[in-house]
Design a protein around this ligand. Sequence first.
Ligand SMILES: C[S@@+](CC[C@H](N)C(=O)[O-])C[C@H]1O[C@@H](n2cnc3c(N)ncnc32)[C@H](O)[C@@H]1O
Ligand SMILES: Nc1nc2[nH]cc(C(=O)O)c2c(=O)[nH]1
Ligand code: SF4
Ligand SMILES: [Mg+2]
Length: 222
Amino acid sequence: MTMKVVELFTSINGEGTRAGELAVFVRFQGCNLRCSYCDTMWANERDCAYTELTPAEITDRILATGIRNVTLTGGEPLLQPQLTELLQALAAHPELRVEIETNGAVSLAPFGIEAPWRPVFTMDYKLPSSGWEQAMVTENFSLLEAADTVKFVSGSLADLERARDIIEQYDLTHRCHVYLSPIFGAIEPVAMVEFMKQHKLNDVRLQIQIHKVIWDPQKRGV
Ligand SMILES: C[S@@+](CC[C@H](N)C(=O)[O-])C[C@H]1O[C@@H](n2cnc3c(N)ncnc32)[C@H](O)[C@@H]1O
Ligand SMILES: Nc1nc2[nH]cc(C(=O)O)c2c(=O)[nH]1
Ligand code: SF4
Ligand SMILES: [Mg+2]
């Protein structure tokens, strides 16, 4: 069995707790959502170009880069049937730090909660602008740990209000990292800072996708 890889590249991580550090990215094909703002919609299409690789081959390619931070993304990486096998193969190399970007619409329960190969999760909570809030699996919040992150990608004040409600309702700042990130180009970051100040959002971080500042925002493989 193989996994569908649409991109495998090294860059700086533009998002999350290791933003600014080098990371190797593995982007998988296919997603169960179609967020209005998705910047990798091409990777979601069934007929997009992908390479079929086994977990062992992906592990070899990651090791060959010499980079220790690994980000598994997509598309939606939790939909790959061999993900657990890949996580187990990567865990055999303890120098690797593995993180998964996931959309909040797939249960985290099968993915290594309490297992030695558990990765760090960055989980989105899809806000109204995405069009997919109804798909959120809120049971996932109780499976998150201190090293994990919940990210709210926001495009309006209504989104920010909703994010604030969810942070409060699930007491997220006491559970894990909490990030607000603008839908690129849709909302002025300054408006997000004003919102944070107005509501005294302690322990919440604003995050801007660094790679879209460094490179053309449409550029792939960076
Ligand atoms: C492309 S998704 C892939 C992983 C997974 N499907 C998810 O949604 O988390 C990776 C991250 O990019 C974010 N993202 C996608 N399009 C964006 C945009 N236009 N502006 C800001 N963030 C965006 C997503 O919200 C998610 O946090
Ligand atoms: N440089 C860079 N950093 C990223 N961090 C998360 C990404 C993603 O698409 O999940 C991403 C990405 O696409 N590029
Ligand atoms: S869940 Fe992630 S990959 Fe899927 S459409 Fe939304 S942003 Fe794009
Ligand atoms: Mg991206």
